[in-house]
Each structure stands twice: as C-alpha cells, then as structure tokens.
Write a protein that binds this ligand. Sequence first.
Ligand SMILES: Nc1nc2c(c(=O)[nH]1)N[C@H]1C(S)=C(S)[C@@H](COP(=O)(O)O)O[C@H]1N2
Ligand SMILES: [Mo]
Length: 189
Amino acid sequence: MYKEPPPGQRFIPNFIIYRVLGQPRICINEWTLRITGNVERELVYTYEDLLKMDNITVRSDFHRVTCWSVRGVEWSSIPLRRLVDEAGVKLGVKWAYIISLDGYTTIVPFEDFISEKSILALKINGKILSPEQGFPARIIIPHLYGWKSAKWVKEIVFMDKYVDGYWETLGYHWRGNAYLNERFKEIRE
Ligand SMILES: Nc1nc2c(c(=O)[nH]1)N[C@H]1C(S)=C(S)[C@@H](COP(=O)(O)O)O[C@H]1N2
Ligand SMILES: [Mo]
C-alpha cells in the first residue's frame, strides 16, 4: 500500500459499482473457471475446488481510471501464480486474456498477472464477494486500474499475442498501471 494516491487519483470511502454489460445471473453449481490457451494442461475448477485451495490475503488500494480510489481493501484467495503453475503455462506466453460471464473481456501482461499480490479473489474484507462485486471470482492485480479487475470470471486464456478486450478496444491502455498513469494507449501516427 502507498500513502499517496497515484497521479490524478482521489480517495473516496466506498466503491461505486460498475457493470458495463449488466449483472449476469450465476448458478454456482454450474459455474466453472477454465484455464486455457498456451498451457501444458487445460484446467477446470469448480467453486468448491477453489475454496479448498490455500489462500492468501492482500491489502491494497483500488484505483478506477475515472480518477477515484478506495484505500485499504482486503482481498483474499488464490495467488494467480498458483493457477499458472498448475496449468503449466508455456514459455513465450506474454498475455493473460480474461473472459467473464457477462461477455466482458480484458487483457493483462503475463508479468503483471504473476506479480506477488495478484490474486483470484473470492472474498473482499473477509466476506464472500457479493453478486455485484463479482461473485464467485474476480481478478485482483492491485497496481493496475480497476477495469483490469474482471468480475464474474469464467475463463483465463494464456496467449503469446496481444488482443484488445472490452475497454482496450475503446482506446484504454494495454497494461493500465495506475502508478505510471497508464490510462490510454498512445496515439501512433
Ligand atoms: N465482468 C466485468 N468485470 C468488470 C466490469 C464489467 O463491466 N464486467 N467493469 C470493470 C470496470 S470498468 C471497473 S472500474 C471495475 C469496477 O469494480 P466495482 O464494480 O467493484 O467498483 O470492475 C471491472 N470489472
Ligand atoms: Mo472502469
């Protein structure tokens, strides 16, 4: 956690819920998380599988690209690095493309995906995620802006090549590091 907010950000007390594509309906007995793409083993986890895995808690600030941040949020569950190891992500993978139940997509650099504080969050501040917060599972990579924090995750695809997700198509940054003020893609001539 950092004392000062990143450039251009202001702290506010609570989350403002955001759902560009509406609230998906989740039937937890049918939900799975799939790990696919350039991996040794494609994996399918049920919610119960994930609950049984070792978990960690990460305390971090949450930054939205619309310039507000929330201080000191505790997220817990599985380090993303663990999923990478279990699937045996192949050499040459540079991107993790994330697909959600509502059809939302986003992409993050592999390097950020496996950083120490990157987790698949099942809980926020000690409680199971609420439906609007992304139940059953959400990606948390604390140093990236909130749009990289896909809610209602259903699949993670490891790829060598970059493709745009939902906001990236509209001009938002390929990485989106809040501390480097990476909001938009650079305009190339
Ligand atoms: N599946 C999905 N994930 C999503 C979104 C979405 O619309 N669908 N919105 C994103 C955006 S733009 C932001 S800023 C954060 C907002 O998180 P919050 O709703 O918990 O505040 O969720 C991100 N994750
Ligand atoms: Mo956002």
